[in-house]
Design a binder for this molecule. Sequence first.
Ligand code: TXA
Ligand code: MG
Length: 350
Amino acid sequence: MTVVVSVDSWHPDPEAIARAAACLRAGGLVAFPTETVYGLGVHALDRAAVARLFQAKGRPASDPLIVHVASTLQARALSATFSPTADRLAARFWPGPLTLVLPKSAQVPDEVTAGLSSVALRVPSHPVALALLEAAGVPVAAPSANLFSRPSPTRAAHVLADLEGRIQMVLDGGRTTVGVESTVVDLSMDVPRLLRPGGVSREALVAALGDTPLQDAGPIRSGPQLSPGLLERHYSPRTPLTTYEGQAPRVLERMREDAVAAQAEGRRVGLLIFDEDAMLAQIPGVLAARSMGPSTDLEAVAAQLYAALRDLDASESDVILAHGFDDVRGLGAALRDRLRRAAAGRVVAC
Ligand code: TXA
Ligand code: MG
């Protein structure tokens, strides 16, 4: 049975936090809100508990976990070398949606890092996550609290939809604010490399890095993985999704044509759109249309994206047509990345 404990996201009840922390220390699986998405936490130094986590999520053991800690000091203890670059990025972005990959210390079990010699570390900024990490007093390995390959959870209800009965506890702190996962930067090699775009923008990283260059991981590939999270089709709704990228008028025209054609073939259409695309929802016979918010407010859109994908997935549409992200400045890069993964390669350039 999964116990759901509601907490105020700004002033979490210390008793609720203490209960969740005790569960973690005892090897339990506890889902909790972070500023990005809900994480499924487990005592990172408890190998048996880590094994239970992989099983509960249905996650392949080859996919390493992010270890969450309450402070940079605690992060240092888990890495073999905390470089000056790591110091600089930690000072600028922690607590917050940035994950640093560093050479691991002997303390970190191989089960957590999937046998890699590096470990991913993050100090989250959500008050519930920070309070839990402080109370637990141990590092907490936490992937997103979804079943493997489902969209990440941004609400406690999403966690329960995927994991009810498979985990001990959910701390329900309401909706997460950022809505897409942390940015992952690999600092284990000579040149920092951006492995996953996320809540901290590339521009902000570059500004903080100063003269130190930042490499990109390159386009989505399905071959051998630098980081398993780069796997194409990682964040996927069950319904086939196509993303349309380009100038808005062309995108809307093409989406309309394809929606009409799909319906003519008897397929039920769901639309993932922006507020200003509302006219598309008026195409006769469209089964479901879900807005992500105004295209001019990417923060609002990021906060809605995964909930919108889950809603459409539940709508019994046979296909989802999505208005994609053309501009990769700021959060645009992370949003385009997630939608392209959800599309598993079905990207239409308009
Ligand atoms: O925002 C987030 O990062 C959320 C919250 C819960 O903190 N967590 C999250 O975890 O998204 P997960 O497991 O869904 O994604 C972890 C990412 C994957 O892309 C994984 O491959 C990468 O981090 N990663 C972990 N350890 C790594 C390592 N040693 N080297 C390279 N990539 C690593
Ligand atoms: Mg995940």
